[in-house]
Design a protein around this ligand. Structure first.
Ligand code: DGY
Length: 326
């Protein structure tokens, strides 16, 4: 059986696939292939390991219903029509866990960068604006004993909470559907309602999947309820926050600042006013961009492919519904 790999996925993925007796074709594209080309290529294969943001929508799935497994080279699965995949009984795999340290590091970096205006001050030096030492310039805020609020406390949020507890003895609160007993026992984290999360967090960090429930959730209403002077961090998906409303919350001084590794749309336009705000730090969606995380993601994606082709349950499955008897 043959596997199509799109994108520049580390070689370990192909090695695992070949070692298990399957064939692999790599298309090392840097951007998504036109939909018709992807469908045509998939028709020649039994499985797809998608290493770029290929849209796995209902039209694609209908035309590629022969695929035995689709493995994403990402933890996020908002580009997949999961309901359509369930209907067609196609298992979808993702890569959670292996990128948690890398992504938590980026969230932590953004918190500090926003608190101390680091990106803005760096740019001001490049613009020749560093004049005489002036104690009134560049004032930031400190993080010790602040309250970190996590929206969607999974493994990335847990790693961020560990960093914030260890470095700044922060008080941890979170909002989730279920309870995170590890965070509660280890860090004294407390589950709160969404409104309480908004009202009590000094730093509010988003780590949820993008879904119908979370799309545009951080809008004017949410920013208005946030604690005055808070920091908003998003390393999940840009569509979870409303950019115009965020801009207004920053301009009005309702919140202190924002750190974004994800924007809507991506890439962010270079003339976006957020890029010139002193208490804003933006990165180009690099949460999982470390050598270690990428290797881990390639390995997990390949293990998902191998399991799917062998007719076994995927080790990291997005839609366990496909294994339920109908
Ligand atoms: C993920 O794994 O979801 C990262 O955001 C890369 O897309």
């Amino acid at each position: 059986m043959k596997v199509l790999i799109t994108g520049e996925v580390p070689a370990i993925a192909t090695q695992i696939i070949l070692k298990n007796g399957f064939e692999a074709t790599s298309v090392p594209v840097r951007t998504v292939m036109p939909a018709n080309e992807l469908v045509a290529a998939c028709k020649q294969h039994d499985a797809l390991l998608t290493g770029v943001s290929d849209k796995i929508d209902a039209a694609f799935l209908q035309q590629c219903r022969h695929l035995k497994v689709i493995a994403l080279y990402s933890a996020g699965y908002d580009r997949v029509d999961v309901a359509a995949a369930n209907e067609l009984k196609i298992p979808i795999g993702n890569t959670p866990g292996v990128l948690s340290n890398a992504t938590a590091d980026i969230a932590f970096l953004l918190i500090l960068a926003v608190a101390r205006k680091a990106f803005f001050l760096h740019n001001s030096i490049a613009k020749g604006q560093w004049k005489l030492p002036d104690p009134s310039v560049g004032l930031g805020i400190e993080l010790k004993h602040k309250t970190l609020g996590i929206f969607g406390l999974g493994s990335i949020g847990l790693e961020l909470a560990r960093r914030c507890k260890g470095a700044y003895d922060m008080n941890i609160i979170y909002h989730n559907r279920g309870n995170n007993s590890t965070a509660e026992k280890e860090l004294g984290a407390r589950k709160v309602s969404f409104t309480e999360l908004l009202e009590q967090s000094d730093i509010l960090s988003v780590h949820s999947q993008l879904s119908n429930e979370t799309r545009n959730l951080f809008n004017a209403d949410a920013f208005n309820k946030m604690k005055a002077g808070a920091i908003f961090i998003n390393t999940s998906r840009g569509a979870v926050h409303n950019e115009d409303d965020l801009m207004e919350a920053l301009r009005s001084g309702k919140i202190w600042g924002a750190g974004l590794d994800v924007t809507n749309p991506e890439p962010m336009r270079p003339d976006n006013p957020l890029l010139n705000m002193p208490t804003v730090a933006v990165l180009p969606h690099i949460g999982s961009a470390t050598k270690e995380a990428r290797e881990g993601m390639a390995r997990v994606a390949a293990e998902n492919i191998v399991a799917g082709l062998k007719g076994q349950r995927l080790p990291q499955v997005v839609n366990p519904e496909v294994y339920m008897q109908s």
